[in-house]
Structure formats: C-alpha cells, structure tokens
Design a protein around this ligand. Structure first.
Ligand code: DAK
Length: 256
C-alpha cells in the first residue's frame, strides 16, 4: 500500500496511478523516480501502445512535495536535477494521456502538461501556485502553460497563483476533453483504446512530429514532418493500411 505509483495494464494500455493520498499525491523524488521508471518500462514493452498517468478522483497531484523542499538550499535543489529527470518523460515515444481529476497544481500541472493529452474530470483544477510559496514554476510551467493557453492568461495564472477550472481549461485549449468525475478515467481509457487501434509506428512518429511544433520554426517543422512521413513507407503497416482500404476491410496493424 506504500507504493507511491501503482501500475497495471489493460490490453495495449499501460496505466500508472499516483498513490500518495495522504499528501494529495505530492511529487516526492521517490514518486517521480518510480513513475519515470514505470513509464520507460511501458515504452520498451512492444505490447503497450498508449500510457495513462492518473491520480485519484480527488486529486491528480498537488505539486512537488513542499515538506521535501522547505529547508532545501540552492545546491540541494540543483543536485536533484529534476529537469534532467523530467527530460526522460519527453524521450518516451509511446503517447501519454494524463487523466486529471481534482487538483493538478505546480509540478502536478507541469506533469500533466508534459503528457501528450489531458483528459479532465469536471472537478479538475489546474494551477501554478508556486508564487504563493515565494518561488515560481520550475518544471516547465512558464513555457508549457504559455504555449497551451497564450501569454495573457498564463501570465495572470502564474503571477497570482489562481486555479483554472476544467471548463476554463478546455475552452483555453489546455485539455483534450472533459468528462464527469465518474467517467473521466473511462474516457481516458476510451481515447487510449482508439489510439491503440492505430498503427503503432505511425502513432509514435506522429506524436514526435506534433511535439516538434513547439520547438521548430514552421519550415523546419514541415521538413521534419516530411522526413518522418516518407519513412513510414518502409513499414508493413503502411502497406496493410492502404491495402485494407482498397479491399474494404479492417486493417490489422502489427507495429512492423
Ligand atoms: N506537498 C506536501 N504536502 C502537501 C502538498 C504538497 N504539494 N499539498 C498538500 N499536502 C498535504 C497537506 O500538507 C496536508 O497534510 P496534513 O496536514 O494532512 O498532514 C494534506 O496534504 C491535505 O492537504 P490540505 O489539508 O491542504 O487539503 P485542502 O483540501 O484543504 O487543500 C490544496 C488542498 C491542494 C489547495 C492545498 O493542499 C494546497 O494548496 N497544496 C499546495 C499546492 C501547491 O502550492 N503546489 C505547488 C508546490 S511547489 C523543481 C522545480 C519545480 C518544482 C520542484 C522542483 N526543480 C527544478 C528542482 C515544483 C514545485 C511545486 O510544485
């Protein structure tokens, strides 16, 4: 029961559930290390085509563990190399869906934004309240929130620590979809299931290409996309997908 991250699989879907309910899933160093290890293991598993990171119905994660950080010095924080650890999430090729209900604050919001999609429950609350603790976002909040919802709203949220509701987050483009508290996990599984039916190599390369849109100029991004597009003509799944269309049957993708 003390495992900070629980894992299970459902068909081609790997699910990692944050499990520190007493402290609202605060992201301790141990939790993050285990979460990343599990996600990387899913990514290496050829049977896993989509990963879901979930919290509970009450909370996704209330941020980094404040008790862990309160007495930390510059060197303590620097030595933890949290950003280096988080860069490993970005190297995962399998699509990752964050299933968010309740609070996703500080590092919790940054974790959700580091995923590829966010399915939220109506009770979800997103925020970067670090300013109220005398600091600021340090795991991507100023960059990813700004890219997701634009400078005007990101600036207001980060400078005041205000929380954003699921409805507002959906309207602002931060989340993929919103479902009821009872249904958000089922909704994330449904989305994962639809992706898992697609050709796995094309899914991974398309994910990589979409994520490059945040980093490259349009011309560079178009060139990058084109190269990946051509490369898919080296896969059996491309032959199968197009042949199945012509033969009016359902394709059977093998990830080859
Ligand atoms: N850390 C540790 N414990 C936490 C916690 C957190 N982030 N959030 C909640 N808890 C604990 C509470 O202390 C409380 O413990 P007990 O008193 O029962 O022992 C328990 O969880 C229940 O919390 P509350 O009693 O406060 O519950 P409420 O429903 O009244 O309030 C709340 C819920 C989410 C509004 C409130 O708990 C809250 O404001 N929590 C803090 C949210 C926050 O400020 N998050 C941002 C943390 S700072 C780094 C870069 C960045 C970061 C780290 C490293 N590097 C580059 C190295 C990230 C920083 C952050 O995320």
């Amino acid at each position: 029961m003390n495992e900070p991250v629980l894992v299970q699989t459902d068909g081609h879907i790997g699910i990692a559930t944050l499990n520190r309910p007493d402290v609202l899933n605060a992201l301790s160093v141990e939790l993050m290390d285990k979460l990343i290890d599990h996600i990387e293991a899913f990514d290496r598993d050829p049977d896993i085509r989509v990963i879901i990171i979930a919290g509970s119905e009450k909370v996704f994660a209330a941020g980094a563990d404040i008790a862990d950080m309160s007495g930390a010095t510059f060197l303590d924080m620097y030595d933890r190399n949290n950003l280096g650890r988080w860069m490993r999430i970005k190297m995962v090729r399998t699509p990752i869906i964050a299933a968010v209900s309740g609070f996703a604050l500080g590092g919790g919001c940054e974790l959700a934004m580091a995923c590829d999609m966010i399915v939220a429950s109506e009770s979800a609350k997103f925020g970067q309240p670090e300013i109220k603790l005398g600091v600021m976002p340090g795991l991507g909040g100023t960059q990813r929130l700004t890219r997701a919802i634009g400078k005007q709203r990101a600036m207001e949220m980060i400078l005041t620590g205000r929380f954003m509701s699921a409805k507002e987050a959906y309207e602002a483009g931060l989340v993929t979809s919103v479902a009821s508290k009872e249904q958000f996990l089922a909704e994330a599984l449904r989305l994962a299931g639809r992706i898992a039916e697609m050709p796995p190599i094309a899914v991974k390369l398309a994910k990589e290409s979409v994520n490059k849109a945040d980093e490259l100029s349009l011309q560079e991004g178009l060139a990058y996309e084109r190269t990946l597009f051509y490369s898919l003509f080296a896969t059996e799944d491309q032959t199968e997908g197009m042949q199945a269309f012509i033969e009016k049957r359902k394709p059977e993708y093998r990830g080859k």
